[in-house]
Write a protein of this length. Structure first.
Length: 222
């Protein structure tokens, strides 16, 4: 197993990393687009991973053109998403519980840093049953710019009172790893999609398949 650079705190992304929310968003977006008579190809879907909704909206308008009815799309996708998660809830990704146990055992501080708005982040955590896990949550509402800009991670490091260069950022998206790199953090890339950008792999310090692998690595370190 590979080692990691020395770190003093861990910063978790939420969508796609801790929670399997991205699959629910994508499914809702695809159904909404299809209902409006638009295709929603996989290569376009990948471009939306890890982005704040304002950036997603911009990508939608660029992809579908000026005639795209964003208001109707927002309404339909929100209705579809709510119907789904209220029935099926939101799944916590494999390995999260094991990693949390390791961090708590080693007294390593951690927080959540997400491109989602605060109200959405809290709703998703509640739907997943882990709304009491993170005592510190940084959202898009707390900073001027979302990922791929570094603001969210820099704010998280400030609140953790740990230099960003000693923060281990865990991300599943290209935008998240780029933000971590710009911030100067150590990063672990755990992709949530099959399509992987080679430049993202170059930017991260370590790429793994899941959080359980990371729990094993950190647990084995002195």
């Amino acid at each position: 197993m590979p080692g990691l650079k020395d770190f003093a705190a861990v910063i978790f992304d939420m969508d796609g990393l801790v929670l399997d929310t991205e699959s629910t968003y994508i499914a809702a977006w695809k159904q909404a687009a299809n209902a409006m008579g638009y295709d929603f190809p996989d290569d376009f879907r990948v471009l939306l991973s890890g982005l704040h909704y304002r950036d997603v909206a911009q990508k939608l308008m660029q992809h579908y053109g000026a005639g795209f009815d964003l208001q109707t799309f927002n309404r339909l996708s929100a209705e579809i998403w709510c119907d789904y998660v209220n029935v099926h809830r939101i799944k916590v990704n494999p390995g999260f519980t094991e990693l949390l146990d390791v961090l708590n055992r080693k007294n390593i501080p951690y927080c959540l840093a997400t491109n989602s708005a605060t109200v959405n982040a809290l709703e998703c955590l509640q739907l997943a049953g882990i709304d009491n896990v993170f005592s510190l949550i940084v959202t898009r509402d707390h900073v001027p710019c979302g990922k791929p800009e570094p603001d969210i991670f820099l704010k998280a490091a400030e609140l953790l009172q740990v230099d960003i260069s000693r923060c281990l950022v865990l991300e599943d998206s290209d935008a998240g790893i780029l933000a971590a790199s710009r911030a100067g953090a150590i990063s672990v890339f755990i992709p949530s999609t099959a399509q992987i950008d080679p430049s993202t792999v170059q930017l991260c310090d370590l790429m793994l398949s899941n959080l359980a692998e990371l729990a094993e690595i950190i647990g084995a370190q002195a």
